[in-house]
Design a binder for this molecule. Structure first.
Ligand SMILES: Cc1cc2nc3c(=O)[nH]c(=O)nc-3n(C[C@H](O)[C@H](O)[C@H](O)COP(=O)(O)OP(=O)(O)OC[C@H]3O[C@@H](n4cnc5c(N)ncnc54)[C@H](O)[C@@H]3O)c2cc1C
Length: 372
């Protein structure tokens, strides 16, 4: 069996690793010109299901490295005022999970894979023999037994497979960035995992502390893996009201312009942010609707169930998809079921929990952007 995966995000790469480990031929096609072409270095919180899924997709020899580059996290999920006084609690109980840097995890997942960068998928054709030929903007087509669209919220694969499924823009925008974690920010520790409620905006902070710097951990535990050289940082994200104007401000200055009179350490955190790692994003969701007719093309992750980041479940769900699809394809490769049956079984389950993930993320969005 040969599989083409469009999109080198967490979901596509986890699937590709899992297939590679099972001896299935897999190529990954990524639109970006390079793997670090744009900011993607925020921290993620994985739940036990998401973490186990990515672990199961990776070779066992890398499990010690994976364990070394994550940290356990728990957060009280308080609501604080801009002077860091407690004024409430977020809905639901305290959140625990496993914190990972997205870019570090991506580098681990990339190791040993055949990834073609600068390969933007533009469409595909299902061939008479049941195979699928993916077309790209600037490279030759590639034929495989299965094409997996793991190409994110604006998925080009979904545009052909399920054109009626389109993203909904919630209107909510947020600025995200990161700042090196130093002793100067000690007073902020109770704010990590909490929400700071300002005038029409919410600021969310999360600390990323590595047990061992990832590059050194890889050198010691798995020399064939090259991980980025990054230190501890605080990830911050400000959720803006739907009609927020950015004027001509940089994302960082737009955040500061809404923090007049805030606690000095909060302002310092934004002032000292790495400007190359701050960006403005929109919250768009994709709700899985009607299933498509069975065939050699399927979708995974944000391409079919994009959640609001306030749900903290998009990566978890993409990784769950990757592991589930991997298992079904391994069964097909072993002759225990046919390929279309394997894909059908994956899609049936994925549609159910994917729709629930989008619903619950939108429920949680209200706690951060009440006007939506
Ligand atoms: C700020 C922020 C914080 C988050 N925090 C959490 C969290 O704590 N927990 C959690 O579970 N989730 C979190 N998420 C969500 C999570 O990051 C995403 O749900 C997850 O990365 C989706 O993975 P994916 O592989 O489906 O898609 P993506 O990671 O979006 O990857 C898609 C890839 O496809 C490529 N691509 C796009 N179009 C094409 C094309 N035509 N051809 C080829 N390639 C293409 C893109 O360049 C990209 O590399 C957060 C998201 C954000 C933005």
């Amino acid at each position: 069996m040969r599989v083409s995966v469009a999109g080198a995000g967490l979901g596509g790469l986890a699937l590709a690793q899992g297939l590679r480990g099972a001896g299935i031929e897999v190529d990954v096609f990524e639109r970006d010109p390079g793997i670090v072409a744009r900011f993607q270095g925020y921290r993620l919180v994985l739940d036990p299901t998401g973490f186990q899924a990515v672990r199961d997709c990776l070779p066992e020899r890398w499990h010690p490295l994976l364990d070394e580059i994550v940290m356990d996290a728990s957060a009280d999920q308080l609501v604080l005022d801009p002077q860091l006084n407690e004024i409430g609690r977020l809905p639901g109980c305290g959140r625990t999970g496993i914190v990972v840097d997205r870019q570090v995890l991506r580098h681990l997942l990339l190791t040993g894979l055949t990834v073609h960068t600068g390969a933007a998928l533009s469409g595909y054709d299902v061939l008479a023999d049941g195979k699928v030929r993916a077309r790209f903007e600037r490279r030759d087509p590639a034929t495989a037994d299965l094409l997996v669209g793991a190409d994110g919220v604006a998925s080009a694969v979904r545009g052909v497979l399920s054109p009626q499924t389109v993203p909904t823009d919630t209107g909510v925008r947020f600025v995200i960035g990161r700042t090196p974690l130093t002793g100067e920010f000690d007073d902020l520790s109770k704010a990590y995992g909490s929400k700071i409620a300002g005038d029409g905006v919410s600021l969310l902070l999360g600390a990323m502390r590595f047990g061992t710097p990832p590059k050194q951990a890889a050198e010691r535990l798995a020399p064939e893996v090259t991980l980025p050289d990054i230190g501890d940082y605080v990830r911050w994200a400000m959720i803006l009201p739907p009609d927020a104007s950015m004027d001509d401000l940089t994302p960082q200055d737009a955040v500061l312009s809404r923090m007049d009179g805030w606690h000095p350490q909060l302002r310092a955190l934004i002032e000292q942010a790495d400007p190359d790692n701050s960006t403005l994003l929109s919250i768009r969701v994709v709700k899985p609707g009607e299933r498509w007719a069975p065939g050699p093309v399927t979708l995974l992750g944000d391409a079919i169930h994009a959640t609001s980041p306030t749900g903290g479940n998009g990566a978890n769900t993409a990784l769950r998809d990757a592991d589930l699809l991997r298992r079904r394809l391994v069964e097909a490769e072993a002759g225990r079921r046919d390929l279309l049956g394997a894909v059908d079984d994956y899609e049936r389950r994925m549609f159910e929990y994917g729709a629930e993930a989008v619903r619950s993320s939108l429920d949680r969005l209200a706690a951060f952007a009440p006007e939506v």
